[in-house]
Structures are given as structure tokens and as C-alpha cells.
Write a protein that binds this ligand. Structure first.
Ligand code: SF4
Ligand code: SF4
Length: 229
């Protein structure tokens, strides 16, 4: 009988524990010159694979915005809590096989500000960039990952490991920016902080200040709500 691979064991565990999707990126994708953020190699020098785990967020949490902002925030937190439990089990599974694993910080906001560097508002690595290279989706004008099955209505976490896992195929990669964004600007128009620009840039400070100062720490979510994908 063929032995089940570690990659397959990881996938089986993820789906058994209610993850909605999983992808694996080669950590070397962060060495590309197109990537300008922080790199997982600075956290784990021996990293070979980045495992991305995701859950979809119930549509009701978006449809009730902005009145249901507290409920939206709590729903995101619940998604994050689910992902943490799945990721912890997978990290333990990887270590039982003799490798090392650590879980990338993730929490319930659109852009991960709570664990980010206070000045740049950038995290230790971009989970979305790894997810793109794992073939899970591409980027929207709202700077979120537009997944194939759930649009931007997802929460994700990642695991760094030195295990040599089977990666997503390079030739399945989508265009970097979602094609449908060229005919849509709903996220730009709805943003109450004016943080998203038509030239494709995002002002993270404006978005974070809106959520920290105006909403008192509750999450905004409007650029996700209006996205038709
Ligand atoms: S402030 Fe703008 S960019 Fe930030 S979550 Fe809200 S709509 Fe999105
Ligand atoms: S709202 Fe429109 S422009 Fe913004 S990410 Fe979604 S499809 Fe793209």
C-alpha cells in the first residue's frame, strides 16, 4: 500500500477540522524581486514551505454592516480562533514527523495591524502573497486576496515549516491583480477613510486610524462587503 505523504496528512487534518481551503507555497517565492515586504526567512532561516489555511466568513457578517459592526468583528475573531486551533494541530503533526513548524500571527482585521510593525503596519510576512503563490487566488484593488470560491470573504493563517512539502503548481498562478477590478471601483468609493487609491495603492495608516480611532478597535469591512466577487 502506498504510504500517505505528510502533505496529504496535513490536508486531511485541515479539512477534518473545518478549514475551507489549504494551499502550500514554496518559501522561495518571497525571494522574488516583485515582493517588497518582510520575509519569513527572517523569522525561520530554514523555512522551505508556507502552508496557508483558510476559512470563509459567513455572508451575514458582511450583509449586516455597518450596523452589525460588533457582530462582524466577533465573527472575524471566531474565524481566527478556528484557524488557530487547526494550525496548532498541524504544527504538532509536522513536528511528530521530525520537522519544525511555527504559526504566523493572524487576527481578526482586514490587514493584520494588531501584530504589525507600529510604523510600517506591515507584518513579518504577507500571508496573502504566499496564498497567491499557492494558487488560492489573486489580489483585488482592496489589497485583499480574492479567492476563487469565496471572493475576499475569508480569514487565513499560515504555518512556516522546514518540511519539504508538495507545493502548488506554478502554472496554476492567476494574474497578480484580479481582472474584474479593471471595471469596478466599489471598494475605492465605499472606503470611509479614503485609504484605497485608483492607482492601486493603499494607505495603511488611514485604514488603521479609522479602525483604531473612529471605530474604537472594531473592524470596518466595507471594502469586503461591497466586493461583487
Ligand atoms: S477603512 Fe477602507 S481599506 Fe480599511 S477596511 Fe474600511 S473600507 Fe477597507
Ligand atoms: S470591489 Fe471591485 S475593484 Fe474592489 S476588489 Fe472587489 S472587484 Fe476589485
Amino acid at each position: 500500500m502506498r504510504e500517505i505523504t505528510l502533505t496529504k496528512k496535513i490536508e486531511n487534518t485541515a479539512f477534518k477540522m473545518n478549514a475551507d481551503f489549504i494551499g502550500i507555497a514554496d518559501a522561495a517565492c518571497f525571494e522574488s524581486s516583485e515582493y517588497t515586504g518582510n520575509k519569513p526567512q527572517d523569522v525561520m532561516a530554514s523555512v522551505r514551505s508556507v502552508i496557508i489555511l483558510g476559512v470563509s466568513v459567513p455572508r451575514g457578517a458582511f450583509e449586516t454592516l455597518p450596523e452589525g459592526r460588533a457582530e462582524y468583528t466577533n465573527t472575524l475573531m471566531a474565524a481566527t480562533a478556528t484557524l488557530r486551533i487547526v494550525a496548532f494541530q498541524i504544527a504538532k503533526l509536522i513536528e511528530k514527523e521530525g520537522y519544525r513548524a511555527t504559526i504566523v500571527p493572524t487576527e481578526g482585521s482586514e490587514f493584520g495591524y494588531w501584530y504589525a510593525n507600529r510604523e510600517t503596519l506591515k507584518a513579518n510576512m504577507s500571508i496573502k502573497y504566499a496564498a497567491y503563490h499557492a494558487g488560492l487566488g489573486n489580489f483585488g484593488m482592496n489589497h485583499l486576496l480574492i479567492t476563487k470560491d469565496y471572493g475576499p470573504r475569508v480569514r487565513m493563517t499560515a504555518i512556516l515549516t522546514n518540511a519539504p512539502l508538495e507545493k502548488g503548481e506554478k502554472d496554476t498562478l492567476l494574474p497578480f491583480i484580479n481582472e474584474k477590478c479593471s471595471k469596478c471601483s466599489k471598494c475605492i468609493e465605499i472606503c470611509p477613510a479614503g485609504a484605497i487609491s485608483r492607482d492601486g495603492k493603499i494607505d495603511r495608516q488611514k485604514c488603521a486610524q479609522y479602525m483604531f480611532n473612529v471605530l474604537g478597535g472594531l473592524r470596518c469591512g466595507l471594502c469586503v462587503k461591497v466586493c461583487p466577487q
